[in-house]
Design a protein around this ligand. Structure first.
Ligand code: NDP
Length: 241
């Protein structure tokens, strides 16, 4: 049975992706950074689909954590067939108030985390001559957003990274794509003031905010055999925003 690793699979969009891939029959690994009870709940939900599911605490921005995690997965379940680089954080602020720590923290988790996990996954995928890497970017990585220079830079970086790695490993049967969600209802967006939410809603032709399920549906497709000829792409899931 194929193995899917979803970083940040304990909550929000990542959790919905994990549950969706479990329904499709993948054995599931999720990693999280601090909230163990959320990870336990997510795994319990995946197991209901009759697949194996485990969680591992690993900070994706830490090389040793990432390499230990991949070693553990290989021992327990076999090599990773589908990697979803979903773990992400925000530390918003206007540029003049943004500290070096705010900048480095977001780049390290979102962009460097994607680099470290992809590097750890790629050798086994090349050996198998098959693999799927799906990176969760954001529409603001394409368009920019005031107050999120660090986050937008990390998400734009993920797009360049995706297109480059797709070119490097296309001939080895490994596809690498990015998904760029728009405004998705999760804990990350729940904290925004109503005035900001209303302003976003006006820009969405579909007339509603996105759901984690909207994103997970696209990830499920990109992970499947049906998407074997799709690589180096950025799929926007924004309701037309
Ligand atoms: P949440 O804040 O709901 O969940 C984030 C997840 O990432 C949690 O599981 C968290 O684990 C994990 N995580 C955070 N930092 C690390 C780390 N250093 N190492 C390992 N795991 C970590 O986020 P969302 O579901 O809203 O977002 C998921 C992805 O989608 C992110 O990449 C985000 O940028 C992107 N996105 C979200 C949008 C939205 O509107 N919500 C729009 C566009 C993109 P723990 O709880 O243990 O810290």
């Amino acid at each position: 049975m194929s193995v899917a690793l979803i970083t940040g699979g304990s909550r929000g969009i990542g959790r919905t992706i994990a549950e969706k891939l479990a329904k499709s029959g993948y054995n599931i690994v999720i990693c999280y950074s601090g909230n163990e009870s959320a990870a336990q709940e997510a795994i319990a939900e995946c197991k209901k689909q009759g697949v194996q599911a485990i969680y591992i605490k690993a900070d994706v921005s830490n090389k040793d954590d990432v390499n230990n995690m991949f070693g553990e997965i290989k021992e327990l379940m076999g090599p990773v067939d589908v990697l979803v680089n979903n773990a992400g954080i925000t530390r918003d602020g206007l540029l003049l108030r943004m500290t070096e720590n705010d900048f480095d923290g977001v780049i390290d988790t979102n962009l460097k985390g994607t680099f470290l996990c992809t590097k750890a996954a790629i050798k086994d995928m090349m050996k198998a001559r098959k693999g799927r890497i799906i990176n969760i970017s954001s529409i603001v990585g394409v368009q920019g957003n005031a107050g999120q220079a660090n986050y937008c830079a990390s998400k734009a970086g993920i797009i360049g990274f995706t297109k480059s790695v797709a070119r490097e490993y296309g001939s080895k049967g490994v596809t690498v794509n990015a998904v760029a969600p728009g405004f998705i209802q999760t804990a990350m967006t729940d904290t925004l003031p109503d005035s900001v939410k209303d302003a976003y809603l006006k820009q969405i032709p579909a007339g509603r905010f996105g759901t984690a399920e909207d994103v997970a549906n696209v990830v499920e497709f990109l992970a499947s055999d049906k998407a074997s000829y799709v690589t180096g792409q950025v799929i926007e899931v924004t309701g037309g925003m």
